[in-house]
Design a protein around this ligand. Structure first.
Ligand SMILES: NC(=O)C1=CN([C@@H]2O[C@H](COP(=O)(O)OP(=O)(O)OC[C@H]3O[C@@H](n4cnc5c(N)ncnc54)[C@H](OP(=O)(O)O)[C@@H]3O)[C@@H](O)[C@H]2O)C=CC1
Ligand SMILES: CC(=O)[C@@H](O)[C@H](O)COP(=O)(O)O
Ligand SMILES: [Mn+2]
Length: 380
């Protein structure tokens, strides 16, 4: 039996993880769950899975939960609660399915306490990849990718000699605006950006896919997970999202991982690693798909991807600046306060105002996030 804690159990990844768990009550046991605001769904999840602890952001919501739960679950709130989840002694594995850099401290605390981290929250690695991976190494713990591309790369690299790896090829759907001109993209309503062609996901990552910032964040995520340099990371547009990513070796061989666009596959792989389980779903049917297509990336129409490569090359605190500017701007885009390309322009300007430095603590990164927020409020 594997004891699993889920940070962000009410979100898209969190709910799909619980679907996997529900299918296998003999394999998985849930010990912790959390939400930001969705107290009703968390209450349902608590009553169904009876975790040891549950966490919600606001103290008032925590009091409401305590009144309503029918289990012995302890209820906590805020960041202290998320850290309780990350360090809960009974957990074997912590699935971080939070969205945004709020996930950084819980990711860090998970590996620091010697627990396996199943990581969906890519922003943790973008902002504090060096700190998290060094801490994981020090405590000899695995960081298992949940993000579909990184899970694919991880699966392709199993049993391979890493010294023969020449590059990883991250596939990108191209998002809902793949075939539109710059003008058409700029004047498309944000509701169009919220309709991903292949995946059903939370709002923030869906917008990131439309701007291709998602792929940029994934480039930085890949750097840290697989210890790569910029030249080793390539991006290829693949509109069907059937090949989830590929790896290329020194003999020019390329290995790919394929599957339907269904996050339960990488989620279950991380939760059961190194074993695989039977997933009750349709098998991949390549004949029905009939063809797979590939295109070059156009960073003129999707400048966020280039900004992410730039931030990665600058290193140090620059990816934190990129990420926090993006996190601030995405909700403003959804609300119609900034346009599609204003997002890239503002991120670029803020990056240009920042002198990248090395960091050694989460607090230093949080100070930079505060600075970025101030900068954004000056632009808006
Ligand atoms: N969805 C997908 O298919 C994929 C997602 N990812 C990555 O996984 C992560 C999660 O994505 P996704 O599931 O789509 O996101 P969602 O927005 O659907 O869910 C996020 C979860 O985190 C909680 N949360 C949000 N903000 C806070 C906060 N400030 N404090 C505490 N909890 C918070 C949410 O609570 P509440 O319900 O109250 O909002 C929810 O439980 C992201 O980093 C994303 O990039 C990667 C690959 C695929
Ligand atoms: C499912 C997943 O891992 C997402 O990150 C997905 O890849 C987003 O699609 P894009 O390729 O459009 O960014
Ligand atoms: Mn992905």
């Amino acid at each position: 039996m594997k004891n699993i804690s889920i940070l962000g159990s009410t979100g898209s990844i969190g709910k799909q993880a619980l679907e996997v768990v529900r299918e296998y009550p003999d394999i998985f046991n849930i010990v912790a769950l959390s939400t930001n605001k969705n107290r009703r769904l968390l209450l349902e999840q608590i009553n169904e899975f009876q975790p040891e602890i549950a966490v919600i952001t606001d103290a008032e919501d925590a009091a409401w939960l305590k009144l309503h739960i029918q289990t012995r679950t302890k209820v906590y709130n805020g960041m202290n609660g998320l850290v309780e989840i990350a360090t809960l002694p009974s957990a074997d594995i912590v699935l971080n399915a939070l969205v945004g850099s709020i996930g950084l401290t819980p990711s860090y605390k998970t590996v620091e306490s010697g627990k396996t981290l199943a990581l969906a929250n890519k922003e943790s690695l973008v902002v504090g990849g060096e700190l998290i991976m060094n801490t994981a190494k020090k405590h000899n713990v695995d960081v298992l990718p949940v993000d579909s591309e990184h899970s694919a790369i991880f699966q392709c690299l199993r049993g391979e000699n890493i010294n023969s790896l020449t590059s990883v090829i991250l596939t990108a759907s191209g998002g809902p605006f793949r075939n539109l001109s710059k003008k058409e993209i700029e004047f498309s309503h944000p509701s169009k950006a919220l309709k991903h062609p292949n995946w059903s996901m939370g709002q923030k990552i869906t917008i990131d896919s439309a701007t291709m910032m998602n792929k940029g964040l994934e480039v930085i995520e890949a750097k840290w997970l697989f210890d790569l340099n910029a030249e080793q990371i390539k991006v290829l547009v693949h509109p069907e999202s059937i090949i989830h990513s590929m790896v290329e070796f020194s003999d020019t061989s390329v290995i790919a991982q394929l599957g339907w666009p269904d996050m339960r596959i990488p989620i279950q792989f991380a939760l059961t690693y190194p074993e695989r389980i039977y997933l009750k779903t349709d098998k991949l049917d390549l004949a029905s798909i009939s063809q797979l297509n590939f295109e070059k990336v156009d960073t003129k129409r999707f400048p966020n991807l280039q900004l992410a490569f730039d931030a990665m090359e600058k290193g140090g605190t620059m990816p934190c600046v990129l990420n926090s500017a993006n996190e601030e701007l995405v909700p403003l885009y959804i609300e119609g306060i900034v346009s599609f390309y204003q997002m890239s322009e503002i991120i670029d300007k803020i990056m240009n105002c920042h002198q990248s430095v090395t960091y050694s603590s989460i607090q230093e990164l949080q100070e930079i996030e505060t600075w970025v927020k101030r900068q954004i409020s000056e632009y808006i």
